[in-house]
Design a protein around this ligand. Structure first.
Ligand SMILES: [Zn+2]
Ligand SMILES: [Zn+2]
Length: 131
């Protein structure tokens, strides 16, 4: 069974054509996809390729911007999408989930509380209504 594309068929086809019907992951999923030369490369998975345990795979069109949730893909144009195989897209989801968890406790610390405390001496009130 293959998952249906999350985007419209036309947009999906454009994304696949741009990708050459091959997964465009270059390590975003957490794998290095190293080639024979051991340099980080690009995922080898291709559209309709048979993958053990998954059957014939269907590449997914996912947002190029990893901060966008996957469901946002449905309203993005082809140039803002990227072709990923199911394995890599699962890897990206996991990586995003980990990043979100890692960042969560820091959110409160991003802004120092003192910045919000107004020193009354600094507060210049405009003379509203003054003639
Ligand atoms: Zn891949
Ligand atoms: Zn990958």
């Amino acid at each position: 069974m293959t998952r249906p594309p999350m985007v419209g068929a036309e947009v999906w086809q454009d994304v696949m054509t741009l990708a050459g019907d091959r997964c465009q992951c270059q390590g975003a999923c957490g794998k290095k996809h190293a080639g024979p030369d051991r340099k980080p490369g690009r995922c080898e998975r291709e559209q309709e390729e048979y993958v053990k345990g998954r059957g014939r795979i269907r590449l997914l069109a996912i947002p190029r911007d990893p901060s966008l949730p996957f469901h946002e893909a449905a309203r993005l144009p082809a140039r803002r999408l990227i072709a990923f195989c199911p394995e890599c897209s699962d890897g990206v989801r996991r990586a995003i989930g980990r990043a979100a968890k890692a960042q969560a406790p820091q959110v409160d610390g991003l802004f120092a509380a003192e910045d919000y405390l107004v020193n009354p001496a600094d507060a210049k009130q405009p003379d509203v209504g003054a003639a």
